[in-house]
Design a protein around this ligand. Structure first.
Ligand code: PMT
Length: 323
């Protein structure tokens, strides 16, 4: 099917997806962040992370969710910062977050203990300290977290619904357009392809007494198209392609590159995404694989993805200057 024209995507966004009330304020924050870091000689990456939520009712009880833990986005944010980038982290509320992601499986109360006192008697419980056996690397992570905070290297922005995601991504693209080729987009969020327009959504909770639910959902406009052509035309753009059928993956990744004419697609299959991805560009195809040794040494595939893309971004900037 033909891609809708850019102007029609802009119109559709305004008409059919509720505009978040804070979008202009967030856009200004992102623009200030981008110019501050660009002037300091840093590149800026916009990472999207987590899954979008599509409400089925306007007073929402039920919604359709896209699968994504947010680990790819959160760990990549850390590797981009380590590579000298400043990061705008556009993520789903309560999905994995840089640095704290490492402690997700730990019950906070198991990680704390009393020292001195008599261990909990009212008035003499002693001091609460971290149990180093439960959190052996906490000091190292905390130190890095504070360095990042002091350097203002991470700007977190949250979304919940598909509408919020789409409007905030557009705002981010426009904010980053001011820094041209120094901007990178790393679109790792899992974005719904289907939605119910605000005008067609029932206001109240859908009643089960009306019988089985039949839904008719519209196609979400592919936001990559205006992002690449119109909103941030000089940026380095990486999208992700997720499939469950490995046999169609590379074909779809290449087709995405041909359609949107951006710089890279990271192709992954749901079950193997932690240990194997392919970075596809118009000129190349790089398989990134974690060996058993890598896994033993706790190497993460995101370190390889980020290393591959930051090199490509560097080359991209040089080529644009020469042209
Ligand atoms: O979070 P984890 O659990 O670590 O998992 C990581 C991941 C599997 C979610 C991640 O690696 C990944 O593959 N993310 C993209 C998943 C996805 O939604 O793929 P897609 O085929 O639906 O979309 C392809 C690209 O088009 C994406 O970059 C998306 O941002 C973009 N898109 C999607 C829909 C839409 N309306 N407009 C878009 O531009």
């Amino acid at each position: 099917m033909a891609e809708p024209r850019i102007s029609s995507i802009d119109g559709k966004l305004a008409e059919e997806f509720a505009v978040p009330s804070h979008v202009e304020e967030v856009k200004e924050k992102m623009a200030t962040f981008a110019s501050f870091h660009a002037e300091a000689g840093r590149k800026v990456v916009l990472i999207t992370s987590g899954g979008t939520k599509v409400p089925l009712e306007s007073r929402t009880v039920r919604f359709l969710d896209n699968f994504s833990s947010g680990r790819r986005g959160a760990s990549s944010a850390e590797y981009f910062i380590d590579s000298g980038y400043a990061v705008i982290f556009l993520h789903r509320h309560r999905s994995l977050y840089p640095y704290t992601r490492m402690f997700l499986t730990i019950n906070m109360l198991d990680a704390l203990e009393f020292q001195g006192g008599d261990g909990g008697a009212p008035g003499n419980a002693g001091e609460v300290v971290v149990n180093q056996q439960v959190l052996p690397n906490i000091a190292q992570v905390l130190k890095r977290y504070h360095e990042v905070k002091e350097g203002r290297l991470l700007l977190p922005i949250e979304f919940n619904t598909l509408s919020e995601y789409l409007h905030l991504l557009k705002a981010a693209a426009q904010a980053l357009s001011t820094i041209g080729t120094k901007a990178m987009f790393y679109l790792a969020a899992a974005v719904s392809d289907f939605y119910i327009p605000a005008s067609e959504m029932p206001e109240h909770k859908i009643q089960s007494s009306n019988g089985p639910l039949q839904l008719s959902m519209k196609m979400v406009p592919k936001i990559l198209s205006p992002l690449v052509k119109d909103w941030a035309p000089h940026a380095f753009v990486t999208s992700f392609k997720l499939e469950t059928d490995a046999t169609i993956l590379l074909d779809k990744a290449r087709r995405a590159l041909e359609t949107y004419r951006h710089q890279a697609v990271v192709a992954n299959v749901l079950d193997s995404r932690r240990g194997y991805v392919v970075v596809v560009t118009p000129e190349s195809q790089a398989e990134l694989i974690l060996t058993e040794e890598d896994v033993k040494n706790e190497v993460e595939i995101e370190a390889r993805i980020v290393s591959n893309l930051t090199s490509a971004h560097k080359k991209f900037i040089t080529q644009q200057v020469v042209l």
